[in-house]
Design a protein around this ligand. Structure first.
Ligand SMILES: [Zn+2]
Length: 436
């Protein structure tokens, strides 16, 4: 049996708190973690395993991502599609997490106590016992399950920012032994980069642009470099301090936002036409542009900077309505792909012999083992779980703290496996960000 209660960080559903926090948040970002906010850290009961294939996981290390921050900052505009979905009573935070299985149901087939696992997907047809599975689950794309909007009964308890998680074994991915905890905690982020890269894999010799060089953009650059070693990958920086890391992760060239206009024309060798009302047209452009930001401005640029018949992959998730000129989609027949979450990917190898479908998590895990994906290099900050608010503040002011990836230690770090020292650690890992 599990310990009776555990510490957990979650958002408590309350329309009045949400409205008040949104209003206060316009004046101060502190509102999102203040006492009036839906966000809380609380001791909650750990349920007994509610199903025969359910497991209990004791978490070790979790990541904190921009998507967690968007959840905390109540960023979902009530007018966008996801806002129509049923809101659970508690939204547990933390998708990037590694833990150890400490209890399994009597007919669990995939996991045993002692296994190290990472969170992989939410409830889906296999965890709900739905036969035959929906189209998405049949293809291994559990994150897109058509039943994901139906409240799960029983529902998982806990997330990455909780001491424990109780969930179905099919929501987890078994971590190979060779991957230490600090890498495994970021396996989900690495799998996400793999998924985004493979939504529209560049062909050898093609020119790609990655817009945004936060953790998601940097890992995407590395994934693209791993898949297409001779692709030309440009990166549009969202902070000057990202330039060195973007180059280390495999960017062929980096462009600052203030030099983007001439930079795009120069890098792609295309002529730029514009008018005084802000319209912009390139006679040419990148073969594929990955927008890891997803605002009106970034997606607008992505569409305009893509060559005729090229592709844009939108992996930045801004849950707000956008206002932009979509004419490149018909005027230049640019294809727009969305990227939501890792699933079963179509992977083309250079020789063409390895073509086929593969799980993004499995592919990311093998790239981690081969050191071709190194998310742990991006870790600049670590906090114990109880200081998660400081982690949020640091991420809100990432530029000031020169922050990339932060980790939360759920159990004291001394009990983790040792991490092999990377050959070059570009940033010193700060014990914690200085708080004002
Ligand atoms: Zn399904």
């Amino acid at each position: 049996m599990g310990s009776a209660t555990m510490w957990s960080v979650f958002l408590k559903a309350s329309s009045s708190r949400t409205a008040v926090t949104r209003a206060l948040g316009r004046y101060s970002q502190r509102a999102y973690y203040g006492s009036a906010a839906p966000l809380r850290m609380q001791r909650i009961p750990v349920p007994a395993l509610p199903g025969t294939q359910w497991v209990r996981v004791r978490n070790r290390v979790a990541g904190i991502s921009r998507r967690d921050l968007a959840t905390i900052e109540l960023a979902t505009d009530p007018r966008v599609s996801p806002a129509a979905a049923h809101q659970p009573r508690r939204v547990f935070l933390g998708r990037e997490v590694v833990g150890e299985v400490v209890e399994v149901g009597p007919v669990a087939q995939l996991l045993r106590p002692g296994d190290r696992v990472v969170w992989q997907n939410g409830p889906c047809c296999p965890t709900r016992g739905i036969e035959p599975p929906c189209h998405a689950c049949a293809g291994g794309n559990y994150a897109l399950c058509v039943y994901r909007y139906t409240p799960a009964q029983p529902a998982p308890t806990g997330g990455g920012w909780s001491e424990e998680m109780v969930l179905h074994e099919r929501q987890l991915f078994l971590v190979p032994d060779a991957i230490p905890d600090e890498q495994a905690a970021l396996l989900e982020a690495a799998a996400d980069a793999v998924h985004t890269a493979l939504r529209r894999q560049p062909q050898p010799g093609e020119q790609a642009l990655v817009i945004g060089t936060d953790v998601a953009g940097l890992l995407l650059i590395q994934a693209l470099r791993a898949f297409v070693p001779n692709a030309n990958i440009a990166a549009l920086l969202d902070a000057p301090y990202h330039a060195e890391m973007a180059a280390r992760m495999g960017a062929s060239q980096t462009l600052r936002a203030d030099e983007a206009t001439e930079g795009i024309a120069r890098v792609t060798g295309s002529q730029r036409l514009s008018n005084w009302q802000g319209a912009e047209l390139y006679a040419g452009g990148f073969d594929v542009v990955y927008d890891t930001i997803g605002t009106s401005a970034s997606l607008q640029s992505a569409l305009r900077w893509t060559r005729p018949e090229g592709a844009v992959v939108l992996s930045g998730h801004q849950p707000t309505p956008l206002n932009l000129d979509l004419t490149p989609i018909w005027h230049a027949e640019v294809t727009l792909y969305g990227a939501f979450a890792p699933g079963m990917e179509f992977w083309q190898t250079e020789t063409g012999r390895g073509n086929g479908r593969i799980s993004a998590f499995a592919l990311a895990a093998s790239l981690l083992r081969e050191r071709r994906l190194t998310p742990e290099r991006l870790v600049t900050h670590r906090f114990p779980l109880r200081e998660f608010r400081q982690a949020i503040v640091a991420l809100q002011h990432a530029n000031e703290h020169q922050m990339l990836q932060a980790l939360l230690d759920i159990v004291p770090a001394a009990t983790h496996q040792a991490v092999p020292a990377p050959s070059s650690q570009p940033y010193a890992v700060k014990a914690r960000a200085s708080m004002k």
